[in-house]
Design a protein around this ligand. Structure first.
Ligand code: GLV
Length: 302
């Protein structure tokens, strides 16, 4: 008999029928509340909260196969207490998100949005030696809050444990957060949202960053206190900010939306068709594996 499962309706076009055999799917749209019933698996988007109430309403649930690498939308403690497995989609979106991080770094360093706005406004009066002068990347220091893939500048990184292979590949040097903040010309955030990282970029840590530094966040929005960030931009301390994620999506702090020298994107880090298909496929493979009595492929806790 086919297993009753709930799957985010927005994944329908990204999945092939062959991936869905033996599943009796109820497609759940993002704007619908999580229902009560006998479903044994759920494949949610990162925007759906799955916690105590949802677990109570889904008493037969065996797995939450989150279609995202981040899983801060799932109450892990509540899941573990009920013996419900939680999986994510690691690995497959690293390249797409790294590309977007670079797009933000370069857009900010070379003031692309200001240039586009100037041309669009019809106010461009021609070449000028001091017009829209940007930052040259050669010789700058790139700080990675949370170790990630090579980028090609002098790289400093923080991580709970040293990453010898990453260091060998990139020449990166592990430092503590204080040094990372103080030395980086460009600081890119790559940590998950946890009780330790929430709000770690705040008024006090921003003040420790270099004047004129560029800050990028393609991980999770609540790592940054948005009002403090807006203030730092208003006061001219931070040079520029590129964000793909926000603390309370899709709401973006009013002051941040109005702040100067930003590029604000609508959470599109993993938004390539190939990556989104891989994410949907891994989420469903986790469901198929668990429902056929095998271990999950990418559990978030063991
Ligand atoms: C995207 O933000 C993800 O966590 O997959």
């Amino acid at each position: 008999m086919a297993h009753p499962v709930l799957v985010a309706a927005e994944l329908k076009n990204l999945l092939e029928p062959t991936q869905l055999v033996d599943l009796d799917i109820t497609w759940l749209a993002a704007d619908q509340p999580t229902p009560k019933g006998d479903w044994v698996a759920i494949v949610p988007l990162l925007s759906r909260w799955i916690g105590g109430t949802e677990f109570k309403n889904l008493p037969k649930l065996r797995i939450v196969a989150n279609c995202a690498v981040g899983y801060n939308n799932v109450d892990l403690v509540a899941a573990e207490m009920r013996g419900i497995l939680v999986t994510n989609t690691p690995g497959v979106l690293t390249e797409a998100t790294a590309d977007l991080t670079w797009a933000l770094i370069l857009a900010l360093a070379r003031r692309l949005v200001e240039g586009v706005d100037l041309v669009r406004s019809g106010q461009w009066t021609g070449w000028h030696p001091e017009q829209l002068l940007g930052l040259e990347l050669r010789g700058r220091t790139l700080g990675l809050l949370g170790a990630r893939r090579p980028f090609g500048l002098r790289i400093l990184y923080t991580a709970r444990t040293p990453k010898p292979e990453f260091e060998r590949e990139t020449g990166a040097r592990r430092v503590d957060t204080n040094q990372l903040l103080a030395d980086s010309d460009i600081l890119s955030i790559h940590v998950p949202s946890t009780p330790e990282t929430k709000g770690m970029i705040n008024g006090e840590t921003l003040a420790r960053m270099k004047r004129g530094a560029i800050l990028i966040n393609t991980s999770r929005g609540d790592v940054i206190r948005e009002e403090a960030l807006a203030k730092s931009l208003e006061l001219g301390h931070l040079g520029a900010v590129g964000l793909d994620v926000y603390a309370d999506e899709p709401h973006i702090h009013r002051r941040l939306r109005a702040a100067p020298r930003t590029v604000l994107l609508p959470h599109i880090g993993s938004a390539t068709e190939a990556t989104r298909r891989k994410m949907a496929a891994i989420a469903i493979e986790n469901v198929q594996s668990v429902l056929s009595g095998k271990p999950p492929l990418t559990p978030v806790y063991s």
